[in-house]
Each structure stands twice: as structure tokens, then as C-alpha cells.
Ligand binder design. Structure first.
Ligand SMILES: O=C(CO)[C@@H](O)[C@H](O)COP(=O)(O)O
Length: 242
């Protein structure tokens, strides 16, 4: 089993920086109203394969309240989801979604961060097995189209991770609504994945409200696919400070 204290100093520094980032990013989940109690988690990949033969991942400890999290309590695992000797108490277990996060990291090398929440409106669409249609320019910007639904999958093995990968591989959306469960989001880093979770809940809420206000002749209207592609390209490549 890998022992963090025996890894090269540069890898230990990478892990320490990742722990600090992942710990801080968990505060964004209650801040943006994405979780109740402990029902959400964030992880990040540590790119250290060249140094030690494998990447690692950092994820929150299972069931620990967000105001009790700290960098030194973030759990370090290999990409099979096995906790390494990371300086935390042996009894401190990683998130119950660790297997899902680890599967995504193994199968999608471009992914550097994974987030899971049970945010209310996104879960409501997941309960209906209904993709969120691309009817807002914000959806074109952030998701490049609809937010898809993934298969029913049960926590504890690779099935949730497999469902995330089979749905999102080759898809522009960084978010998937796992059926009857809730959103998982991915990104090149953990901050990107957290933003995707925030925007997923925002558009899930807005489109739901738009749908409830429909009257005959005034219904939500999908955006033209060519316009969606143009907006997505602008937002991903021009928007903000470069
Ligand atoms: O969906 C589930 C449990 O069914 C999990 O996503 C929890 O809601 C968060 O679990 P931990 O990360 O605290 O283990």
C-alpha cells in the first residue's frame, strides 16, 4: 500500500495543495444551496503518474459535516478507490461515492475533478428520467446542449461511475443526472466541476419554473442547434479574462 510520507517530496507537495483546494471547494456546496447535511462530495485528481506510476485522488471523508472539513482530513486514495496511508486515522473512511469518482478518473484521463450533489431541482429532473432541454443561452454556454440523464445505478461499486462515463464520454455537457439519484459533474479541475454543479442546479430550477408557467402558445422553446454551438464555442473560448 502507498505511504504518502514515503512518496517523493514533490508528490507530497502536490497532494497537500490538492487537499487544501478540495477542502475549500466543499464550502461552495452549502454556499450555493446544493446540499443538505452531508449529501455531496468533491474530489480532485493528483497528476503524479510519472513520479510514482499512478495518479492519486483526494476526496472528502464520508459523512463529515462541511464545517468540520479541513485539508488534513481530506482522504487520499489510489485510482482503484483504495485509501493510501495518508496521515489520517485509519478509521476515517473516504466518501461513499469514491468508487464512482475513481472510475471516472481511470476511464477519462482528461478529467481532473468530480462533484456529486443532491441539489433539489436537478434531482427532480433525475427522478423523472428527463434530460434538461437546452432552452436557455446559459445552457448553451455551459453545457453545449441538454443535460443528459444517466442510467439507474446503485452506490458501492463501479456502476455509477460506469453510468457517468458512458453518458458523458464525447458529450459537451460536464453534468449528468443519474436517474433517481442526482447530478454528477466533471471538469479539467475540481473548481470547474463545482461550477458545473452550481450551473446545473441553476438551469434545472429556471427551466422547471419556465415549464410551470407555460400557457397554450407560450411554451419553452429549444434553441437552434447552430446557435447553441456558436454560443458554446464563444463561452468556452472567449468569455471572461484570458
Ligand atoms: O448519495 C449518497 C448516499 O446515498 C452520497 O452521495 C451521500 O449523499 C454523500 O456521501 P458521502 O460523500 O458523505 O459519503
Amino acid at each position: 500500500m502507498l505511504v504518502l510520507a514515503e512518496l517523493p517530496a514533490a508528490v507530497q507537495e502536490q497532494v497537500a495543495a490538492c487537499r487544501a483546494e478540495v477542502s475549500a471547494l466543499h464550502a461552495e456546496l452549502p454556499r450555493w444551496g446544493l446540499v443538505v447535511w452531508t449529501a455531496g462530495n468533491v474530489s480532485a485528481r493528483v497528476r503524479c503518474r510519472e513520479a510514482i506510476g499512478t495518479d492519486l485522488m483526494v476526496i472528502k471523508p464520508s459523512g463529515v459535516g462541511y464545517d468540520e472539513l479541513a485539508p488534513e482530513r481530506m482522504v487520499v486514495c489510489d485510482l482503484d478507490g483504495n485509501k493510501i496511508v495518508d496521515g489520517t486515522p485509519d478509521r476515517l473512511a473516504p466518501s461513499s461515492d469514491t468508487a464512482a469518482h475513481a472510475y471516472v478518473y481511470r476511464e477519462m484521463d482528461e478529467v481532473g475533478g468530480v462533484v456529486h450533489t443532491h441539489s433539489t431541482y436537478a434531482v427532480a429532473w433525475a427522478a423523472r428520467h428527463e434530460p434538461i432541454p437546452c432552452v436557455l443561452t446559459m445552457m448553451a454556454d455551459e453545457f453545449g446542449g441538454e443535460i443528459p440523464v444517466g442510467p439507474v445505478a446503485v452506490i458501492g461499486d463501479d456502476s455509477i461511475g460506469r453510468g457517468i462515463v458512458e453518458t458523458l464520454r464525447g458529450h459537451t455537457s460536464p453534468a449528468v443526472l443519474m436517474a433517481n439519484h442526482g447530478p454528477f459533474t466533471i471538469g479539467p479541475d475540481a473548481r470547474f466541476a463545482v461550477k458545473a454543479a452550481v450551473m446545473c442546479e441553476e438551469v434545472a430550477r429556471t427551466v422547471q419554473i419556465a415549464r410551470t408557467g407555460q400557457t397554450p402558445g407560450n411554451t419553452v422553446q429549444p434553441l437552434d442547434p447552430a446557435l447553441v454551438a456558436r454560443l458554446y464555442d464563444r463561452y468556452q473560448n472567449v468569455y471572461g479574462q484570458r
